[in-house]
Design a protein around this ligand. Structure first.
Ligand code: PEP
Ligand code: MG
Length: 321
């Protein structure tokens, strides 16, 4: 099995009839770069930056962030590195932000909602990301987007950061791709509008499942209800991917579902360009892609969308696991 794994790491994630999906790593620190490399990650599809902000009494400076982002960008050099801006919320306290206690932190003051208020904090991070883009293939991604206005506001602050860097003669990639997480049902529903604003989507199934099904992703008691293959989730996912295709923008998936080999036929049939997951899941997902064909994936996906019951769906997903 170990040999098998070693062999697959150097192979592309391509179906036997030529459909290729880029497989990237989800990371939260530079310590994970090695393991991403070992598992054959073709870049970073999600760099969760919030951990850099936690367990300390003041936020990381622009210079401190630049060092970290630059390390990641240089490590992957010619491969894409997507840096997600701060996704913090009431459930993850940060003393220096002085966030109020909330009854429903997951429905509360979180991620882009905080960043659009705390422009100082946000702009420092955007400047660091922009400056890192001079050293590799860096993209920026905004989390928890639920409206067009939020995207425009975030892009406005990004433009200000660019203007500052230009006037300070600090280099950055003028073409830096801009993306959003599609992880709130509202965003999935208006994906056609959002697609006109950005260069790429990344579907965050962890939150999308939680918000669509009204099931707390951390609550053990209702864990059995947390179902990424629920028809409502599948419809939102398809709607999002179709909107991206129509607008000719890149679409990826970066929630846990991306690392589930059973979902592979869906991504092939719907035309997903990229999957980003925990590094250890990459070889297994790649093996599933290499075993698959477009024709078979379309037929399985057709049946998945037509399944009339949970039992029927489970039977369809079984053979892939
Ligand atoms: C998601 O919500 O699917 C996601 C990838 O982001 P996080 O797990 O960090 O909320
Ligand atoms: Mg999320």
């Amino acid at each position: 099995e170990a040999d098998e794994l070693k062999k697959i790491v150097s192979l592309p994630a391509v179906t036997n009839d030529g459909y290729e999906i880029h497989l990237a790593a989800n990371i939260s620190s530079t310590r994970e770069l090695e393991i991403a490399e070992q598992n054959g990650a073709e870049g970073v599809g999600l760099f969760r930056t919030e951990f850099m902000y936690m367990d300390r009494s003041y936020p990381p400076s622009e210079a401190e962030q630049l060092t970290v982002y630059r390390d990641v960008a240089e490590h992957f050099k010619d491969r894409s590195v997507i840096i997600r801006t701060l996704d913090i919320g009431g459930d993850k306290p940060m003393e220096y932000l002085d966030l109020p206690e909330e009854d429903n932190p997951f429905l509360g003051y979180r991620a882009i909602r905080i960043c659009l208020d705390r422009r100082d904090l946000f702009k420092t991070q955007l400047r660091a990301i922009l400056r890192a883009s001079a050293f590799g293939e860096v993209s920026v991604m905004f989390p928890m987007i639920s409206s067009v206005e939020e995207v425009r506001a975030a892009k406005g602050i990004l433009d200000e950061a660019k203007q500052e860097l230009r006037s300070e003669a600090l280099p950055f990639d003028e073409e830096l791709p801009i993306g959003i997480m599609v992880e709130v049902p509202a965003a999935a529903m208006i994906a056609d509008r959002l697609a006109e604003e950005v260069d790429f989507f990344s579907i965050g199934t962890n939150d999308l499942v939680q918000y669509t099904l009204a099931v707390d992703r951390m609550n053990e008691q209702i864990a059995h209800m947390y179902d990424p293959f629920h028809p409502a989730v599948l419809r939102l996912v398809r709607h999002t991917i179709e909107a991206a295709k129509k607008c000719n923008i890149i679409v990826g998936v970066c929630g846990e579902m991306a690392g589930d080999p059973r979902a592979v036929p869906l991504w092939i049939a719907l035309g997903v360009n990229k999957l980003s997951m925990s590094s250890r899941s990459i070889p297994r997902v790649k093996a599933a892609i290499r075993r698959a064909s477009q024709e078979n994936s379309r037929s399985v996906t057709d049946k998945i969308y037509k399944a009339g019951s949970k039992a029927e769906l489970d039977a369809l997903l079984e053979p892939q696991s």
